[in-house]
Design a protein around this ligand. Structure first.
Ligand code: TYM
Length: 342
C-alpha cells in the first residue's frame, strides 16, 4: 500500500528551498497518505558537526516540521539515529551497491571537492543510508526537491539489485517476487529547485556563505523584505509569457517562489504580473513571503522554548518507526541468510 517517506538533514539553516521544495509538500501529502518524516542526523555527520549545535539543529528541524503543519500524532516524526534499522540495513546495502555507483553521485563530488581521499567514508556511502531510510519502511513515494533525484534513482537501483541478487531466497522465504518496491520520487510544482537570490544559476543552499542568498525559515519580516528587495534581477519588466523567463534565471526564480507561496502555477503569476516592473513585484512577493513564513517562524520559536517536549515527540515517533522497520529488517536478515533467534 502507498507509504510516503522523506528526510531533512539537521545541518545549517532551513531555508525557503527546503520549505517550498520539500516540507510544504510533506504537509499536503498527509491528507492522502500514511507519512513518515525523518530528521536524518546520521546523514548530517558525514561532514563535521559540532555536537551541541547538532542537537539544537535536530530539534529545530523537528520544530519546523510541526510548525509547518505536520501532525506528529497522525503521522510519524522522528530522528534517524534512534531507529537502528537504518544503520543495519545501510550496511547490507553497502554490500549490495557498487563503489562505482557512489563515485558517480554529483552530491558526493560537490561535497567532497578536490580532496576526495580526505572525505569521510560516510560521505561516499551516504546514498546507501538514504536507500535504507526509504526501504526500511518499503516506502512507495518520496517527496523531495530536484537535487535529490539522482539519489532516488540509486535507491531504485539498490532495491532492484537486492531483489535480483536474492530472488531465489526471497521466493523461498515466502516473500514473493520482489522484497523491496521500486520507489517513486515526487518532484513536482513550481518550486522543485529554488535558486540563490544572489545568483540564479546556483541553487539556494544551507551552506552558501552569503546569508543574503537565501531566506531562512527563522528570518524576521524586515530581513525577508530586505533580502527580496536586494535579490538580483535584470532591468527588464516581468515577461508576459513563460517562455520569456527561460533566459532570465533570476526572474524565473522569483516567479517560481511567488507561485509556490501563493499556491499558483507560474502561468497564473505571469498572467497577473507580466509586463510589470520588479519595483512593484518585489514588495508584493515580500509581503506574501512574510505572510506565509512569519507564522511558521513564530511557532518554531514557541516549540524551541520547550526542548523536552520535542525530545519526547521524537522518542514516541522513533518507537512507532521502529515498529514498522524492525519486521522489514528481520525479513532482510532471513533473505540474506543471517541466523537470528526468534
Ligand atoms: P536536504 O536536507 O539537503 O534538503 C531537504 C529537502 O529540501 C530540498 N531542497 C530544495 N528544494 C528546492 N530548492 C532548493 N534550493 C532546495 N534545497 C534543498 C531537498 O531536495 C530535500 O528534499 N539527502 C537528503 C536527505 C535525506 C532523504 C532521505 C530525503 C536523507 N534520507 C530519504 C528523502 C528520503 C538531503 O540532503 O536533503
Amino acid at each position: 500500500h502507498p507509504r510516503v517517506f522523506s528526510g531533512v538533514q539537521p545541518t545549517g539553516n532551513l531555508h525557503l528551498g527546503n520549505y517550498l521544495g520539500a516540507i510544504k509538500n510533506f504537509v499536503a501529502l498527509q491528507e492522502s497518505h500514511e507519512c513518515i518524516y525523518c530528521v536524518v542526523d546520521m546523514h548530517a555527520i558525514t561532514v563535521w558537526q559540532e555536537p551541541n549545535e547538532l542537537a539544537r539543529q535536530i530539534r529545530e528541524v523537528t520544530a519546523a516540521f510541526v510548525a509547518a503543519g505536520i501532525d506528529p500524532e497522525k503521522h510519524v516524526v522522528f530522528n534517524q539515529s534512534q531507529v537502528s534499522a537504518h544503520a543495519e540495513l545501510a550496511w547490507i546495502f553497502n554490500c549490495v551497491a557498487r563503489i562505482g555507483w557512489m563515485n558517480r553521485m554529483t552530491q558526493f563530488k560537490d561535497k567532497a571537492g578536490k580532496d576526495r581521499e580526505n572525505a569521510s567514508l560516510g560521505l561516499l556511502a551516504y546514498p546507501s543510508l538514504m536507500a535504507a531510510d526509504i526501504l526500511a519502511y518499503k516506502a512507495t513515494h518520496v517527496p523531495v526537491g530536484e537535487d535529490q533525484k539522482q539519489h532516488l534513482e540509486l535507491t531504485r537501483d539498490i532495491a532492484q539489485k537486492f531483489n535480483n541478487d536474492f530472488a531465489e531466497s526471497i521466493a523461498a522465504k515466502g516473500f514473493g517476487e520482489a522484497y523491496f518496491p521500486l520507489t517513486e520520487p515526487l518532484i513536482s510544482g513550481p518550486a522543485t529547485r529554488i535558486m540563490s537570490l544572489r545568483d540564479g544559476t546556483k541553487k539556494m543552499s544551507k551552506s552558501d556563505p552569503s546569508d543574503n542568498s537565501r531566506i531562512n525559515l527563522t528570518d524576521d519580516a524586515d530581513t525577508i523584505a530586505q533580502k527580496i528587495r536586494r535579490a538580483k534581477t535584470d532591468p527588464e519588466p516581468l515577461s508576459t509569457e513563460l517562455e520569456g523567463l527561460k533566459a532570465r534565471p533570476e526572474a524565473d526564480n522569483l516567479v517560481g517562489i511567488y507561485a509556490a507561496l501563493a499556491g499558483l502555477s507560474k502561468e497564473a503569476v505571469i498572467a497577473e504580473w507580466g509586463g510589470q516592473q520588479f519595483s512593484a513585484f518585489k514588495p508584493a512577493l515580500a509581503e506574501l513571503a512574510v505572510d506565509r513564513l512569519a507564522p511558521i517562524a513564530g511557532e518554531m520559536r514557541r516549540l524551541m522554548a520547550d526542548p523536552g517536549h520535542i525530545d519526547a515527540l521524537l522518542g514516541a515517533g522513533a518507537a512507532r518507526a521502529a515498529a514498522i522497520a524492525t519486521p522489514v529488517l528481520d525479513g532482510v536478515k532471513d533473505v540474506v541468510g543471517f541466523v537470528r533467534s526468534r
